[in-house]
Design a protein around this ligand. Structure first.
Ligand code: C2O
Length: 555
């Protein structure tokens, strides 16, 4: 294994999209940001130099960070922000992962423009468990606001409503031809140029802030081989679903001979929320075949018929549940699925939107957030501290920073998917769950319909988990566990908690530190749909959190 080193210079830059220019925060003058490439087992060293006027912090989404929580990145969870003019070196080893992950800013809404791919190749000499593709291409979905995204969220938090939805989706930063741009060329379109008969691996990443997306390419199928940097049993689909935070590697085989057509690839949202609370536009890119009759780089025929794929309806929940049920771990001797068969700690979390008491009945309790939207896990709307939780934990100074009494079950049980309002009470808190090293954890996340049933893509830092079960309605502890898949469940770091349904995950707490867990819809994070786990050190030397690096930022 090797050491791969990167320098990330964070600065603002003017970028034009949808006929307008604005100043955005980017890395190394690139939007989207540079690709971090490594092999499984490599040590990755990234020096982040903050030349922007914003506090910054970078998260390596999905990287296990075994014992290296100091490099995980969520601001006020594992580190204080890197202040303007300061720098911080993130150092971590890629352990037991291969596929695609990604990095993004993890402070406020800066990830809207500060993101890029992480490509993890297998160890040198180790092949893929499928035929090697001719070429590999990252494909990142994002969202574009004409307004400044920091202004969008701070305004929403002050006035208490939902923020303005984005003006466009993007593929690799480009909104594509379906948006209305007055001047020709201003919509900048992502194009994938292919040769007949060749197989391409698309490393698909959903970096959008607030939208789960369907994706399809007209006239072609997609063979999914890896999700969240874990191989799966290959499945071939026409359309895939990807939630914010997730990654999906697909093989795309170009037609055997020049087809005389050009194909749209399109992504559009999946949502059961009220329209107007999300961006329901469609982004397109173009799949273009190299024309054998004019093989120069200019030899792409511009006047071919352009075919569109058919995407599911925006609220096609049954498509989504069928799709997610098809994803299975490879579970071979070489790539085993180490699903905990016994459980040490069981949790049942409600996840959903709620309101602070006065928004329902007018009885305000306290100065902050009272009349605004809130989102909560087990009725607790999580509040970030003003210092970093990991430091407080490591130095044993958690008093006044966080408490260890996160409720293992909701305040009072209720009909979670029944007619609202039911148990809408939310209180603010910085409350954590403490786990012992090595605990086998089962967590059932129940989506509620308090303010409309909506799917929530939950992301756990520091771990992969196995998705052992999912269903609609209220989770039934007497019946549902009997249907768990403990043999080859999909292993990932982000899972959609179904709208008006539940999902059960299991993981082994083998990574000491403090680990954030949250909905990856950014507006829900802002409203408090997040919490954190403390995993204590084990007794053996290699079961302990490493000491903090000397350049760890201070608050
Ligand atoms: Cu990709 Cu805590 O996030």
């Amino acid at each position: 294994s090797a050491t791969v080193e990167y320098q990330f210079e964070v600065a603002t830059m003017n970028v034009t999209r949808l006929c307008g220019s604005k100043s955005i925060v980017v890395v190394n003058g690139q939007f989207p940001g540079p690709t971090v490439s490594a092999r499984e087992g490599d040590l990755v060293v990234v020096r982040v130099v903050n030349k922007a006027q914003y506090n910054m912090s970078i998260h390596w989404h999905g990287v296990r960070q075994l014992r290296s929580g100091w490099a995980d990145g969520p601001a006020y969870i594992t580190q204080c922000p890197v202040q303007p003019g300061k720098s911080y070196v993130y150092k971590f080893t890629i352990t037991g992962q291969r596929g695609t992950l990604w990095w993004h800013a993890h402070i406020s809404w800066l990830r809207a423009t500060v993101y890029g791919p992480i490509v993890i190749l297998p160890k040198l000499g180790v092949p893929y468990p499928f035929a090697a593709p001719y070429k590999e291409v990252p494909l990142m979905f994002g969202e574009w606001w004409k307004a400044d995204t920091e202004a969008v969220i701070s305004q929403a938090l002050q006035t208490g409503g939902g923020p303005n939805v984005s003006d466009a989706f993007t593929i690799n930063g480009l909104p594509g031809p379906l948006y209305n741009c007055s001047a020709k060329g201003l919509c900048h379109t992502f194009k994938l140029k292919v040769k007949p008969g060749k197989t391409y691996m698309l490393r698909i990443i959903n970096a959008a802030l607030n939208d789960e997306l369907f994706f399809s390419i007209a006239g072609h199928t997609l063979t999914i081989v890896d999700v969240d940097a874990v191989y799966i049993k290959p499945i071939t689909v026409e359309t895939l679903l990807i939630t914010p935070g997730q990654t999906t590697n697909v093989l795309l085989t170009a037609k055997p001979s020049y087809p005389g057509a050009t194909y749209y690839m399109m992504a559009a949202p999946y949502s059961t929320a009220a329209s107007g609370t999300f961006d329901n536009t469609t982004v397109a890119g173009i799949l273009e075949y190299e024309d054998p009759s004019s093989p120069s780089s200019a030899g792409f025929n511009k006047n071919l018929p352009l075919l569109r794929p058919t995407l599911p309806q925006i609220n096609d929940t049954s498509f989504v549940s069928n799709y997610t049920a098809k994803l299975r771990s490879l579970a071979t001797e070489e790539y085993p699925a180490e699903v905990p068969q016994e459980v040490d700690r069981r949790f049942f979390f409600t996840v959903g939107l709620g309101t602070h008491p006065c928004a329902v009945n007018g009885t305000c309790q306290g100065p902050t957030n009272d009349s605004r939207f809130a989102a909560a896990v087990n009725n607790v709307s999580f509040v970030l501290p003003t210092t970093a939780l990991l430091q407080s934990h490591y130095t044993g100074m958690s008093n006044g920073v966080y408490s260890s009494n996160f409720p293992a079950v909701p305040q009072s049980p209720f009909n979670y998917t029944g007619t609202p309002p039911n148990n809408t009470n939310v209180s603010n808190g910085t409350r954590l769950v403490v786990l012992s090293y090595g605990d086998a954890v089962e967590l059932v996340m129940q989506g509620t319909s308090i303010l409309g049933a909506e799917s929530h893509p939950f992301h756990l830092h520091g771990f992969n988990f196995f998705v052992v079960g999912q269903g609609f309605g209220n989770f039934d502890p007497a019946k549902d566990p009997a249907k768990y898949n403990l043999v080859d469940p999909v292993e990932r770091n982000t899972v959609g908690v179904p709208a008006a349904g539940w999902v059960a995950i299991r993981f082994r707490a083998d990574n000491p530190g403090v680990w954030f867990m949250h909905c990856h819809l950014e507006v829900h994070v802002s409203w408090g749909l997040k919490m954190a786990w403390v995993v204590q050190d084990g007794s053996l030397p290699d079961q302990k959190l490493l000491p903090p690096p000397s350049d760890l930022p201070k608050c």
